[in-house]
Design a protein around this ligand. Structure first.
Ligand code: ATP
Ligand code: MG
Length: 849
């Protein structure tokens, strides 16, 4: 369950549980039998056992037995078993037992594979579970969110996800985004002051599970967990389904298509039987067995297994998939947007100096920057961390009075500080924008002069020169405030006196150049979307030797319509001074022009874009918000890791296409043949039991597909789902396999005049041999003999064939009515199979076009 699925929940929103926030902190603490220092481990363990884990489980977890039961109860299987039992009761019990056994084997094969896949996925997801900082035994510890219990005291800061519902014990400018519950897109401030309103929207002293802290810090005491939270109540009342991706929709459509065809053909078979022989239990069972064998009910399992296998392989390359179908999207991605810090740079930011308006080294600028960082509540960025590690903060007798926290639209933060009677506001932020708020300048000699146009130009030039050296800058300015001033807001950021800048270095990441080249070679265009200034980004790109064309700034983007932006964005590789909303807009614009877009980012400011992308990507060390919004998490912030993941994604997709091709061509061909045969023959071409056996062996032969390698060509370009190519393939290969089936019929009936049992045995062998062996033809678009199939695939395929031959040609097969055909027939079948494979190989280029 992901909180952002909540946008679809809003409409179904009920008033939710009783408001728990209409109490004082003392009352709540008493009621929850807790304290400010939090619970002890023993208390927490007891509560965890009592209330259960803090999870909102909307997906029903099915036990193994339930899964098996569900499959046995599937209408087709049930009908088949019942009719077999009836026929058993009137004749031989043997065939009922064998049918039941084969059905059981198929189900075990299906369920065990799916179960294994699901546990592998669950293990992966646990490895990237989001944690919360909880006070236990008086000290803050990191715990998985599921272990949070009532009465726990949780510490939260900007970027964190609120793990449960609770009341605010303390706040330093905490801002929460509660859009998921209230629909209100702007963050709301949280404080411990008791609220009087029972409405969630006005509960300023409460924090809610699934919402995010976008700035500031808060301490909360948990009052509700899991399904009892407001979010849980909503989630439980609505079936939450994420929007299916184009890939899932495509597969679903294909499934429906096959299902319709099957239904049509099975009815056709039934009808012809009815007309020709009157309806017998056996021909009814034949039709049902045919339906069981041909329905794509295995498709979902196969997808899960193949995708899970891909996910496990990707995890070995340090890419963790949260949403399985994102594997396909990753393989189909042709545009990657990334932020700068951490992916293209080392994110080892160093505060390397400070200068004033004249470009001279300035201790005064350093001091003000430090004061601002020290006292600013709200989000602390890595720039702040760099500032505060250089020198232990000497606060010089200044005290914090108030502040206007940082946000990504303003790109600055202000603090109001006091010393004695003096009050001043210190503002630091993106320098060009800051300068435009300034009316005066403090020179090196301490004099303050009005900021005229010439000086403004000179200072802007100074910024640009420093930026070009690769320095990131934060400007700092100051304003004297009235003695009685006790609150400030963004509106006070005007008529400032410019003091200077702090300069930072964030070394470029050496591996980035190579990684970008690999992505570009793989057909992915890489775009950099940064909140930073143009020269910094250009300089970095030059340093790394990344080819990049075009540059757009946030303010330019604001004046473009969505359509115009889509056009411009396609030709632009660098986006600078971009706000979080604009990041999302760029991603949507790129998608609008038909691209499959990935976005990689780690900050609060990236979450919107991560969510808007086809493939949301974040990194292990990113903020909760970014990781929660992402579909895929990189365990290392490195584009090289991503490139590895892309290739695995494409390989997985290529293997899924092998199933789809196998299923649609040979299965489809088979159906057609069966239908035609039952029209032409005076007897059933296969017994129901033989059909099921055929189906089981065929399923088994496919187990090896997820392990197979993919063509170089399939890895080299983005691979997107395309139903037309699937249909085209089916229309060529399906009739081809039918043609050979019919040739077999004709040969057996007219040429050899085989009796019923020999006919069936021979056809069983032909059917299995052609169906199974054709994988070696269609697994690659190249000539079949150029690449080497994976060993496991060879084993499962040849193994299935060997078992089929064993059953058909030895006395073992008597239970299923097999009678070994004479040598000439076997030779003829071998010949037909070889010619079929050769024909498939010859027609493959046409079918795969
Ligand atoms: N703590 C801060 N105080 C004041 N201003 C800040 C602070 N942190 C960032 N800024 C300003 O906001 C701008 C945007 O922030 P930031 O660089 O984190 O955005 P971003 O889009 O994540 O960039 P990147 O591509 O480098 O990851 C910065 O360039 C800087 O000017
Ligand atoms: Mg960033």
């Amino acid at each position: 369950m992901t909180p952002h699925a909540g946008s679809s929940l809003r409409s179904a929103r009920s008033e939710g549980p009783q408001p728990f926030w209409l109490v004082s902190i003392d009352e709540a603490t008493r009621a929850l039998a807790s304290r400010r220092e939090g619970l002890t481990s023993a208390e927490a363990a007891e509560r965890l056992a009592r209330d259960g884990p803090n999870i909102i489980d909307t997906r029903r977890h099915q036990s193994l037995i339930a899964k098996i039961a569900r499959r046995v109860a599937e209408p087709l299987v049930a009908i088949l078993l019942i009719s077999a039992a009836i026929s058993g009761a009137t004749g031989d019990w043997q065939s009922f037992v064998v049918i039941a056994l084969i059905v059981a084997l198929s189900i075990v094969l299906d369920v065990s594979q799916e179960h294994k896949a699901e546990s592998a996925i669950a293990a992966l997801q646990r490895s990237i579970a989001i944690t919360a900082t909880v006070r236990r035994n008086g000290v803050p510890v990191e715990l998985p969110v599921r272990d949070v219990v009532r009465g726990d005291v949780v510490e939260l800061r900007g970027g964190d996800l609120v793990p449960a519902d609770g009341i605010v014990l303390a706040s330093r400018g905490a801002l929460a985004n509660e859009a998921i519950l209230t629909g209100e897109p702007y963050p709301v401030e949280k404080s411990p002051e008791m609220s009087k309103s029972p409405s969630i929207a006005d509960a300023s002293n409460a924090l809610f599970a699934g919402t995010t802290i976008v700035g500031g810090e808060a301490v909360m005491m948990v009052d509700r967990v899991g399904g009892k939270t407001s979010f849980g109540a909503i989630a439980a009342s609505v079936q939450t389904r994420e929007m299916p991706t184009s890939f899932e929709r495509g597969l679903h459509r294909l499934g429906v298509l096959i299902l319709r065809l099957t239904a049509f053909l099975v009815l056709f078979v039934l009808l012809t039987q009815l007309v020709r022989h009157g309806l017998s239990l056996e021909s009814f069972m034949f039709a049902v067995a045919l339906a069981v064998g041909l329905t794509p009910e295995l498709l979902p399992m196969i997808m899960t297994v193949t995708l899970a296998r891909g996910a496990v392989r990707m995890s070995e390359r340090r890419v963790i998939v949260k949403r399985l179908s994102a594997i396909h999207d990753l393989g189909a991605m042709n545009v990657l947007c990334t932020d700068k810090t951490g992916t293209l740079t080392e994110a080892k930011i160093a505060h390397v100096g400070n200068f004033d308006a004249d470009g001279r080294e300035s201790e005064r600028a350093a001091e003000l920057v430090r004061l601002n960082s020290r006292f600013a509540s709200g989000m602390r960025s890595n720039l702040d961390d760099a500032i505060l590690t250089v020198a232990p903060t000497s606060i010089g007798g200044w005290n914090r009075v108030d502040d206007a926290p940082f946000d990504f639209e303003r790109r600055r933060a202000s603090v109001l500080v006091a010393r004695g009677d003096a009050r001043q506001m210190i503002t630091k932020g993106a320098p060009e924008a800051l300068l435009s708020l300034c009316t005066d300048v403090e020179r090196s000699d301490g004099s303050i002069v009005p900021l005229d146009n010439v000086m403004r130009q000179n200072i802007l030039k100074l910024f640009e020169d420093k930026n070009r050296e690769g320095l990131r800058l934060l400007g700092v300015a100051q304003r004297a405030m009235r003695t009685d001033c006790s609150r400030i807001g963004p509106e006070d950021e005007a008529a400032l006196t410019f003091i200077g800048c702090a300069a930072f270095l964030d070394p470029p990441k050496a591996s980035a150049r190579n990684a970008v080249a690999r992505l570009v070679n793989a057909g992915i265009s890489v775009k950099i979307i940064s909140g930073d200034a143009a020269p910094v980004v250009s300089h970095l790109v030059e340093m790394l030797g990344i080819p990049a064309h075009g540059i757009l700034t946030g303010s330019e983007i604001d004046s473009l319509t969505d359509r115009a932006l889509a056009d411009r964005a396609a030709a632009t590789d660098l986006f600078v001074r971009i706000s979080p909303e604009q990041k999302g807009r760029i991603v949507r614009a790129l998608r609008l022009s038909g691209n499959t877009v990935g976005f990689l980012g780690d900050g609060i400011n990236d979450a919107t874009a991560i969510h808007a992308a086809d493939v949301g990507l974040s990194v292990e060390g990113g903020t909760d918000v970014a990781r929660e919004a992402a579909d895929i998490i990189l365990l290392a912030p490195d584009l090289g890791v991503l490139a590895d993941g892309v290739f695995e994604g494409r390989r997985t997709y290529a293997n899924i296409m092998k199933y789809v091709r196998m299923g649609t061509s040979s299965n489809f061909g088979n159906m057609l043949s069966m239908a035609l045969a039952s029209l032409a023959l005076p007897f059933l071409p296969l017994t129901p039991l033989q059909i099921l056996l055929n189906n089981l062996l065929y399923d088994f032969s496919e187990i090896g597909i997820p392990f197979d390698s993919a063509d170089e060509a399939a890895l080299a370009r983005p691979q997107a789902w395309n139903i037309n190519s699937v249909l085209g393939f089916t229309l060529v290969m399906g009739p081809l396999s039918s043609l050979f089936d019919l040739a077999t019929f004709a040969l057996l009936e007219l040429g050899f005049k085989a009796d019923i049992d020999v006919f069936r045995t021979a056809w069983f062998i032909e059917s299995i041999a052609t169906q199974v062996l054709v994988i070696f033809v269609i697994r690659t678009a190249q000539r079949a003999w150029t690449g080497r199939p994976n060993r496991i695939l060879v084993w499962t395929s040849l193994g299935a064939l060997a078992v089929a031959l064993l059953v058909a040609l030895t006395p073992i097969g008597r239970f299923a009515g097999f009678v070994p055909p004479p040598m000439p027939i076997l030779a003829a079948i071998a010949g037909i199979t070889v010619i079929y494979l050769a024909a498939a190989e010859a027609l493959k280029p046409l079918a795969m076009r």
